[in-house]
Design a protein. Sequence first.
Length: 181
Amino acid sequence: MKTQRVDLGELLKSNEKDFFRSTGFTKIKATKKIKKGKEESSEERYYEFEIRAVGSHPLLKEFNEKFPEPKAKIIREMLNHKTGESLKDSGIALSEIGSFPEFKWTNVHDQTDEVYLEEVKKRNEKLQMLWIMIAFSREEEYGIEKIDEFEKNLENLGLTSNQLNKIGADIKKLDFFTEEE
């Protein structure tokens, strides 16, 4: 695709709205069982939906205020202040630590804690549902208070986790730029 050069100053003067707003389509596959008499077969069907980028939608800010990112608990760990290596990863015994002054006790966030990881996973799943809700312009109908209801309605339509992840990835691609494009 050819890059277009624009004058941002002129765009700002024109008060044009949504010049950079990204819109597009997402496509998913659903396999349907087809029965003809006693014979059964399957047929792949493809469905396309219009989507829009979620950008800096006000609901995202509201979501982040209502559901802040979980905080990992703080633990004390002996770390090498030059390399960041932990004492247990270094293979040095605690009884030998006096010979290694670069190791010091440090407070670190335990991002391996299972409770923390589960909280992060649940929050990210809710956030992805909100992205999809905004991308399909359903935020007025559902909003933050009804994310679970929105998800349930998508599940009732038969959308799978893989399909929802594909939709989420396509939403992200709408305005995510890489040099390879």
